[in-house]
Write a protein that binds this ligand. Structure first.
Ligand code: GLA
Length: 726
């Protein structure tokens, strides 16, 4: 068994002088990627790992691998192609106009320029035989230790040129063991974490769902390099793809136990016709390489998202009352008006009207009809949306509304009027998902229609503050009437069409907040979150299930973006437990408030006041996951402010065993030399904390080395503690 656990990767062709070749460094505070041009004019990865000290003997990075047993050339080329002397999987394949499908990409030049919070490295590669150019971009965010990478592909050939594979990134690792954590999903079962060792051969995590793309596989992974990783230990590559469509991560361990990781759009059924002169920009593959386990990686991602990625990251988020779980499709004006009053009384900022407000010829009274007809149902809401907005505002809350503009029910006026706008096979049986079909967003007319759904609502109701943009169906019948013989472009152009619409929405309505939803959390990527202010993690709002789902999303996502609503799912759990599970994220309510006892309502009102007081801390990037629900019957997390002066501890007992021994939980991320006052907050009305240490002061050192007994050992119970530096 080899004892090599470094992430160094040595190129086989170590004969080139370090001094004659071009060396490109992409660095963050803790991570370094070194690439260099070898004698053959091609670009190779020579190092990816912990940042090296400034004086590096670069030639050392070119040493031949000691453990290579075969004579097969394997150079670790940065953007390898299909059809050369490298025989493993590659991110790039192009079919030239003459049918030749080979290419060799040679280094042309590179430049580096500052970007907000980091440095961008741009490397141009070109084929010397065919006029094909690939420009690689690396955005290195120094403080967050996040690197984002994408490629721009273009050609100047006459005739039809197809790109067959067009990955965003290729990375190489050499270690004796690799462990992969993936995130599988289904409706109401998002972000299920599973871990496996990678051994010889390929492991692929991908999606082919098109629109509701992350329904079965979510676009994230954690890769332990050199061994298993835990929250605080081990080298881990955490990666995601910023793409709201089909994606693919390929992990290939070769015959010498070297690992290649290819990330990008899933090229299946997507051989893409690339017109001459057009630049095909791949989505960004975003990664962090933590030497201190996944906890540090999550903090890197959350900080990066808040500093550089999430839409309106520096703005507030609104607490809300949604009516979906309460009324479903069954509501009218008086019912809603009463709910506005209840929302105000609860103390939330906004009322969100869900599905069921539209359609006249085919009213949307269930999910079988009306989708696509975005006119208010006159029978239900005779005074229209303007009256709803006005009444909500008069009650003292903002108004938001649900839309699902990419979709259509066959039973709708839209489907009758524009059958050619629907993705559907012309010559085969049609398959439905939730009785609906997907509109063809590759078609500019459809893009106008989808934009029009938002535009019409906003024109009529300029005071609309919020939308919930849903997407309940994958593409079930892949055929576009618009694209005709270029069907290979559909999956990609669908997503690009969506982005074009969202660009227009963002430009015209910069004050609008939009929640991304996809039958729960089947859309949850960082590109979409450049347009959406938040996303719905799951339709599953059972608090126990949510602890797991939110644990999964917290690996990558900032709290501010993760919508978490208190509902009546799992009435066996107390209202306090249900609220406390939602409290660490973007808090909302989707519950019949009349079903609550006066004490429970009072608890919710107090929780919202506390939430408003603590928002900056709740949304801070430094999350420490202390006890995993995957490990047993408990879950504990801690959120710490940037200056380490303020922290929250969230502690949940799920189903503890009888007379289980409860040990203190050691905190993390505090200032060891500081003193902290510890107080239990979110106490039920009239109750006092039962904690002996409530209100007492401890040193950070004590809290991190000895800890506090925060768990109670009672079924489905919770405690939230606030720590303040004295
Ligand atoms: C999806 C969403 C729900 C709700 C319904 C409405 O399932 O995830 O929250 O909006 O659609 O039909």
């Amino acid at each position: 068994m080899k004892k090599l656990i470094s992430t160094f990767v040595f190129a086989l062709t170590g004969i080139v002088s370090a001094f004659s070749a071009e060396v490109i460094n992409v660095v963050t505070d803790n991570t370094q990627l070194v690439m260099r041009v070898k004698d053959d004019g091609r670009l190779y990865q020579t190092y990816l790992g912990e940042r090296l000290s400034p004086v590096v003997e670069l030639s050392a990075l070119d040493m031949p691998r000691t453990n290579v047993t075969s004579s097969v050339f394997r150079g670790n080329e940065v953007y390898p192609v299909i059809g050369t002397e490298d025989f493993y999987d590659a991110p790039f394949e192009i079919r030239h106009a003459d049918g030749n499908c080979s290419s060799v990409l040679k280094y042309v030049n590179h430049r580096q320029q500052p970007i907000n919070g980091g440095t961008e490295t741009v490397v141009t590669l070109r084929d010397e035989v065919y006029p094909v150019t690939v420009v690689l971009h690396y955005l290195a965010y120094e403080r967050e230790n996040v690197i984002s990478q994408y490629a721009e592909i273009s050609h100047q050939e006459k005739g039809r040129v197809y790109i067959v594979r067009y990955g965003s990134s290729m990375l190489y690792f050499e270690a004796d063991e690799y462990y992969l954590t993936g995130f599988s999903a289904d409706w109401a079962k998002e972000m299920v974490m599973s871990n496996q060792q990678l051994q010889f051969g390929k492991k692929i995590i991908d999606s082919r769902l098109g629109s509701r793309a992350a329904d079965f596989a979510q676009p994230f992974f954690e890769l332990g390099i050199g061994g298993q990783v835990s929250e605080n230990h081990g080298t881990v590559l955490m990666g995601t793809i910023a793409w709201t469509g089909n994606f693919r991560f390929t992990f290939e361990v070769d015959h010498d136990n070297e690992l290649r990781v290819i990330s990008g759009i899933n090229p299946d059924a997507s051989t893409y016709l690339l017109p001459r002169g057009e630049v095909f920009r791949t989505p960004e593959f975003i990664f962090t390489l933590s030497q201190n386990g996944v906890g540090q990686g999550s903090r890197n991602f959350q900080r990066w998202a808040l500093n550089h990625s999430l839409y309106k990251a520096d703005e507030e988020r609104m607490t809300l009352l949604n009516n979906w779980e309460n009324t479903h499709f069954d509501f009218d004006e008086p019912k809603l008006a009463a709910l506005f009053g209840e929302a105000k009384n609860l103390g939330v900022d906004l009322f969100l009207l869900d599905d069921g407000w539209f359609g006249n010829k085919y009213p949307r009274s269930n999910d079988r009809a009306g989708l696509g007809d975005w006119q208010v149902t006159r029978e239900k809401l005779p005074n229209g949306v303007p009256y709803m907005v006005k009444t909500a505002n008069e009650s003292g809350v903002e108004f938001g509304i649900w839309i699902e503009p990419e979709m259509v029910n066959p039973k709708s006026e839209l489907a009758e009027k524009h059958p050619d706008w629907i993705l559907r096979q012309p010559n085969r049986e049609t398959y439905y998902f939730r009785h609906q079909l997907v509109l063809d967003l590759s078609n500019p007319q459809v893009q106008d229609h989808v934009f029009g759904v938002v535009d019409n609502l906003m024109t009529e109701n300029p005071r609309l503050k919020f939308m919930k943009w849903d997407c309940n169906s994958p593409i079930t019948n892949i055929y576009s009437h618009y694209l005709k013989e270029n069907q290979g472009n559909l999956y990609v152009d669908y997503v690009r069409g969506l982005y074009k619409v969202l660009d227009r929405v963002q430009q015209k309505y910069p004050d609008l907040y939009i929640m991304m939803c996809s039958g729960g959390g089947a859309r949850c990527d960082f590109k979409a979150l450049r347009y959406f202010t938040e996303f719905w993690c799951s339709d599953n709002t059972d608090p126990v299930e949510r602890l797991f789902i939110q644990w999964g999303f917290s690996q990558f996502m900032p709290a501010k973006a993760m919508c978490s609503h208190v509902t009546n799912w799992n009435r066996r759990a107390s209202v306090k437990f249900r609220v406390d599970v939602c409290f660490p994220y973007k808090l909302g309510f989707d519950i019949d408030l009349k079903s609550l006892s006066p004490q429970d309502l009072e608890y919710c009102q107090m929780a919202i006041r506390e939430y408003n007081r603590l928002k900056p801390l709740i949304y801070a990037p430094d999350l420490y996951r202390l006890v995993s629900p995957y490990d047993g019957n408990h879950c504990v997390m801690e959120r710490v402010s940037d200056d380490r002066a303020h922290a929250l501890v969230y502690a949940y007992d799920i189903h503890p065993r009888f007379s289980e021994q409860i040990l203190p939980t050691r905190l993390q991320g505090l200032d060891a030399d500081a003193q902290y006052e510890v107080r239990e907050i979110l106490l039920q009305p009239g109750r006092k904390s039962s904690l002996s240490y409530d209100g007492k002061t401890f040193s950070g050192d004590y809290l991190m080395k000895i800890g506090l007994k925060v768990l109670s050992g009672s079924d489905m119970s919770s405690r939230i503690l606030e720590l303040k530096k004295m």
